[in-house]
Write a protein that binds this ligand. Structure first.
Ligand SMILES: *Cc1c(COP(=O)(O)O)cnc(C)c1O
Ligand SMILES: [Zn+2]
Length: 419
C-alpha cells in the first residue's frame, strides 16, 4: 500500500486519499490526472483503508461493490445506476486439471459479467469515480471488450458515450457495442493509433472521461476485484499460482496488488504466490522482454487472432515484469493455432466457451506446465476474461457439425459409428 502524505482532497472516493506517482512517489489530490507532472510516471490511487473485515465484505452486495472499502468509489456507490459486475463463478476445473496434468485447478469465469468480459469491472469503477469527479460523458479507445462495457455502462447511467475502435475489429464486438446506441466510431488504424487519438482528444475535451486515459488510475483499480474474489471464493486464502492474460498489463499488476493488500489488511494469510503472464506470440512484447531479461519493452506491430490482447506498446509492461520477477513467475506466449486449441480444450473439458484471450491463458498454462515453469502440485487459478461468442471468427474454420444428414435414425447411427 502506498502511504499518504497529501490529504488536501475534499472529493469523496471512499478510502482513496490521493494520486501517487509509481516512479517518484510525488502525490497530488484526487483528480482526473494520469501522469506525474514531475517525471511523467503513471499515477496510482493511494488509500487509507482503516480496518476492513471479512464480515464487512461478506455482508455486502453480490457484486464488486462488496469490496467498495478497497476501491476509489464513494461509500454509497451501489445506489447509483451502474452495471454492477463481479462475483463471477470460480469453477473447480478437475477435468481440465487432469488434461493439463496439475493437481488442483480453478477457472475464474469472467464471461459471466454483464457484457461478458472482465472489462465491466474496470468500467464500473471508472464510471463511479468519473461521476464523483464531475464528468457526464464516458469515452474510451478499445480493442473490443472495453467498447462493450463503456457503451453499456453509459447507457445504464444515462450518459453519452464516445467509443473509438480499430476498424478491423471483430464484427460481433462492433455490433455488441453499437446496440447500446452511443457514439461508436471506427478508426482506420490499429489499437495503438486509436489510443494516441484518444489521448489527443482527452486533452481537448475536459468533460470526457476516457476510462483508460484520463481516469485510468481509478479504472485500473477495478481489476483488483478479480484477485479479491479469487481469494474470497477459495475460502479467504491466496492461490499458489495464477495465470493472467496481458494486453496493457494493467490487470496482471492489479491482481498482484490485490493479493498484497489482502495480506497486509489481515484478510488472508500472506502466503507466497507466483504470477504468470500470458500473451499471443503475434503480440508478445512483454514475453519477449521477460525472456531476454530486459527491463524495457520494445513495441511491436500486433498480428494475432487474440485482438483483445493486441496492444503493441503496453503501458504497464515494465510493471508486469516487476510482478512476475518479484513473485517468481514468468511471461510466456503461444501461437494462434495453440490459442484455438486452448479455446477448444477449455470448452470440451469444462463446458466454458472463452474468447481468444481465454485461449491464450489456457494454452499458455499448458506450455508453462510442459516446460516445468508452473508447479503441477500448487493450487492454480486461470483467469478467463472474455466470452467466446464475441470471437466466433477465430474458431469458425475449425469447428462445426459432424455431418448434415436426412432426418432418419439410421443416418444418425451411421454418423456416430463413423466415430
Ligand atoms: C482487456 C482485456 C485483457 C487484458 O487487459 P489489460 O489490463 O490491458 O492487460 C484481458 N482479457 C480480455 C478479454 C480483455 O478484454
Ligand atoms: Zn513522478
Amino acid at each position: 500500500m502506498t502511504s499518504v502524505d497529501v490529504q488536501t482532497s475534499t472529493i469523496d472516493l471512499g478510502p482513496a486519499r490521493a494520486l501517487s506517482c509509481r516512479e517518484c512517489g510525488h502525490q497530488i489530490p484526487l483528480a482526473a490526472e494520469f501522469a506525474c507532472a514531475e517525471c511523467f510516471g503513471p499515477l496510482e490511487v493511494a488509500y487509507d483503508f482503516g480496518t476492513v473485515t471479512r464480515a464487512d465484505i461478506e455482508a455486502g452486495p453480490k457484486s464488486i461493490w462488496r469490496y467498495k472499502r478497497l476501491l476509489p468509489v464513494p461509500a454509497d456507490v451501489e445506489r447509483h445506476p451502474n452495471t454492477d459486475p463481479g462475483l463471477t463463478r470460480l469453477v473447480k476445473a478437475d477435468r481440465l486439471a487432469a488434461a493439463l496434468g496439475v493437481k488442483s485447478l480453478w477457472v475464474k469465469d469472467d464471461t459471466g459479467n454483464p457484457t461478458h468480459s472482465f472489462k465491466d469491472r474496470v468500467v464500473a469503477v471508472a464510471l463511479a469515480a468519473a461521476r464523483t469527479l464531475g464528468f457526464s460523458v464516458l469515452a474510451c479507445p478499445s480493442t473490443g471488450n472495453l467498447a462493450n462495457a463503456v457503451a453499456a455502462a453509459a447507457a445504464r447511467a444515462g450518459w453519452d458515450s464516445v467509443v473509438l475502435i480499430p476498424s478491423s475489429l471483430e464484427r460481433a464486438k462492433i455490433l455488441t457495442t453499437a446496440v447500446y446506441d452511443g457514439a461508436l466510431i471506427a478508426v482506420d488504424g490499429n489499437y495503438d493509433d486509436v489510443n494516441r487519438l484518444a489521448t489527443e482528444l482527452a486533452a481537448e475535451h475536459e468533460d470526457w472521461a476516457f476510462v483508460n486515459v484520463n481516469v485510468r488510475p481509478y479504472y485500473a483499480e477495478g481489476s483488483k476485484t478479480l484477485g479479491y474474489e479469487v481469494a474470497e471464493q477459495l475460502g479467504w486464502r491466496l492461490p499458489g499460482q495464477v495465470v493472467i492474460p496481458v494486453a496493457s498489463g494493467s490487470q496482471l499488476t492489479k491482481v498482484d496488488k490485490s493479493f498484497r493488500e489482502l495480506g497486509e489488511l489481515g484478510l488472508v494469510e500472506p502466503t507466497p504466490y507466483r504470477i504468470f503472464g500470458a500473451q499471443a506470440t503475434g503480440c508478445s512484447p512483454v514475453s519477449a522482454a521477460f525472456k531476454a531479461g530486459a527491463d524495457v519493452i520494445r513495441p511491436v506491430k500486433p498480428d494475432t487472432i487474440a485482438r483483445s490482447l493486441a496492444i503493441g506498446a503496453p503501458a504497464d509492461g515494465p510493471y508486469v515484469l516487476d510482478s512476475v520477477r518479484r513473485t517468481g513467475g514468468a511471461v510466456e506466449d503461444v501461437t494462434d493455432a495453440e490459442v484455438v486449441e486452448g479455446i477448444r480444450l477449455l470448452a470440451r473439458t469444462e463446458g466454458i466457451f472463452a474468447e481468444t484471450a481465454g485461449g491464450v491463458t489456457v494454452a499458455t498454462a499448458k506450455k508453462l506446465i510442459e516446460t516445468g515453469q508452473l508447479d503441477p502440485d500448487a493450487d492454480t487459478v486461470l483467469l478467463i476474461t472474455g466470452d467466446g461468442l464475441k470471437t466466433l471468427d477465430a474458431v469458425q474454420d475449425h469447428i462445426g457439425p459432424r455431418a448434415t444428414i436426412p432426418p432418419t435414425a439410421a443416418a444418425v447411427h451411421e454418423v456416430l459409428n463413423r466415430g
